[in-house]
Design a protein around this ligand. Structure first.
Ligand SMILES: [Zn+2]
Length: 499
């Protein structure tokens, strides 16, 4: 009986194949998407960065999705077949849907490639390469893309500092949450620099003993000192960015950047949010303010960095928030075009023949904040003048002035609202630099809460050995603009003398 049953089934299958109009099915490539984290059709691409090619298959002659569809991809660089290919899909074979939607990862055949620097990178996709799906025509199976431009971007030096937070006895953050391949997983997915040189500060841990909620500026000044003088003075390269990790999340704002744009920040090690807080504070440092944007298009974490530890999928829905929406946790955010491009166009991510020792911000992306940057390749003995600016009443409390043997003086900011001036014994002006206090006004905790204070930091040239700075004066430039009779500003006034 059993034997007869099998025979009968075999006959039935054979007869079904014989009468089916299978050869009406035709497959072709309808389009490809090329993404490195975010792509809306006009977003620039970075050479030597992991890139996903998502291939949409056009299906005709079938009333349903076609199973068993795969493809092979070749990358042609400057007219030459790239020797690392051909590339096989990461997820094929798939059931090719009649109406592929980028919001579903497996509606497309996905390839991961690492293109070199070239303005002429062409992708050639051959669908159904071994004829495993019976087709009415294979003449249309080869797709050749337009040329893509993969541009050089810099290796960006990002040092991290474990903060030994002795206030309340909290101690150090977990090493597993600060190390490369963990803390940096979010920012690697969304900021398309050439490479992140993410490493521990060569100076090791930083002990901070006061309450970070009442002395956040003190922590930022310590990180700025590390970046601008202590690390370079010890013979190491000056990092473009420094980020400090607190144990847990003791700071009410989740994290804080020194300014927008800026160069140092700190944040938490709370598991559901720390990777996004890190990427968020870096967004401020690139020059981005808080916004209310959603990302708008389905986007891909190409190397699937955020698999750990939260098990997030590689595809981020178009309804997710930009990383610069304040107060979110990691699973709620990815990157919008504006934030993606701000990092991509920033001067610190550009390739230059001779990268300047200092740093600067992109004229394109940061024009509104021009002048905040440090001077490049201009190192000399400097006085560090820093303090806490209180917005309400416009008061400034300076910390003791410190002399650094090697640092780059802060560039004057014409938009600055404070003028920091050094005077000699006779009252003569030695140096003047203007800084802004209004670039970091809102708490990163969300809800639009205003920060009560801002970190003020300037490096001014130290006088020649024979000379002497008798006084440091900080003047409130807003005060002069006030109508006569208004209350005098609280900032004006001297600070301690320093040689
Ligand atoms: Zn923020």
């Amino acid at each position: 009986m059993r034997r007869n049953g099998i025979t009968a089934l075999g006959l039935l299958l054979a007869s079904t194949v014989a009468i089916s109009p299978a050869l009406a099915v035709d497959l072709a490539v309808s389009s490809i998407e090329v993404t490195q984290g975010f792509q809306n059709g006009s977003t620039g691409l970075t050479a030597e960065r992991a890139t996903m090619i998502r291939v949409k298959v056009a299906v005709t002659g079938s009333g349903a999705g076609v199973p068993g569809v795969d493809a092979v991809l070749r990358m042609v660089v400057d007219g030459v077949d790239w020797p690392a290919g051909p590339y096989f899909s990461a997820n094929g074979p798939i059931t090719a849907p009649l109406a592929p939607n980028s919001a579903s990862l497996n509606h497309t055949l996905n390839f991961v490639v690492v293109p070199p620097q070239s303005s002429n990178v062409v992708f050639r996709v051959l669908v159904n390469p071994v004829g495993s799906v019976a087709e009415s025509s294979t003449a249309n199976n080869l797709f050749t893309s337009a040329a893509y431009d993969f541009k050089c971007r810099a290796i960006v030096d990002l040092a991290y500092v474990p903060i030994n937070y002795t206030y309340g006895g909290m101690g150090l953050p977990p090493a597993a949450m600060t190390k490369p391949g963990s803390a940096d997983n979010f920012l690697r997915g969304i900021y398309a620099v050439g490479e992140w040189n993410y490493h521990r500060s060569p100076m090791g841990n930083l002990t901070f003993s006061s309450n970070v909620n009442s002395n956040a500026s003190g922590l930022l000044v310590a990180l700025l000192d590390l970046q601008n003088s202590i690390i370079p003075d010890a013979g190491y390269a000056k990092p473009e960015f420094i980020y400090g990790f607190l144990p847990g999340n003791p700071y009410s704002g989740n994290g804080l950047a020194n300014s927008t744009p800026g160069s140092v920040a700190f944040g938490n090690t709370e598991e559901v949010r720390w990777q996004r807080t890190f990427a968020h504070e870096l967004g401020h440092l690139w020059g981005r303010n808080h916004n209310g944007e959603t990302i708008g298009v389905p986007s891909i974490d190409v190397e699937h960095h955020l698999k750990d530890p939260l098990a997030l999928g590689p595809l981020h829905a178009s309804t997710k928030n930009d990383v610069m929406v304040a107060g979110l946790i990691t699973s709620q955010a990815w990157v919008s075009s504006g934030t993606y491009l701000d990092a991509w166009t920033d001067q610190r991510s550009q390739c230059t023949a001779f990268a300047p020792e200092g740093e600067g911000d992109s004229p394109q992306s940061d024009a509104a904040n021009a002048g905040r940057a440090m001077a490049p390749a201009n190192e000399r003995a400097c006085l560090r003048i820093a303090g806490v600016f209180t917005h309400e009443g416009r008061g400034l409390a300076l910390v003791p002035v410190t002399r650094f043997d090697r640092a780059s003086p802060t560039i004057d900011d014409p938009a600055g609202d404070l003028s920091i001036e050094t005077l000699d014994a006779a009252g003569g002006l030695l140096h003047r630099v203007r800084v802004r206090t209004d670039t970091m006004l809102e708490s990163c905790a969300g809800g639009g809460e205003r920060l009560p204070t801002a970190c003020v930091y300037a490096l001014v040239p130290a006088p020649e050995p024979a000379a002497r700075v008798a006084r440091v004066v900080v003047r409130d430039l807003r005060a002069a603009a006030r109508p006569a009779g208004a209350a005098p500003a609280g900032v004006a006034g001297g600070a301690g003398a320093e040689r």
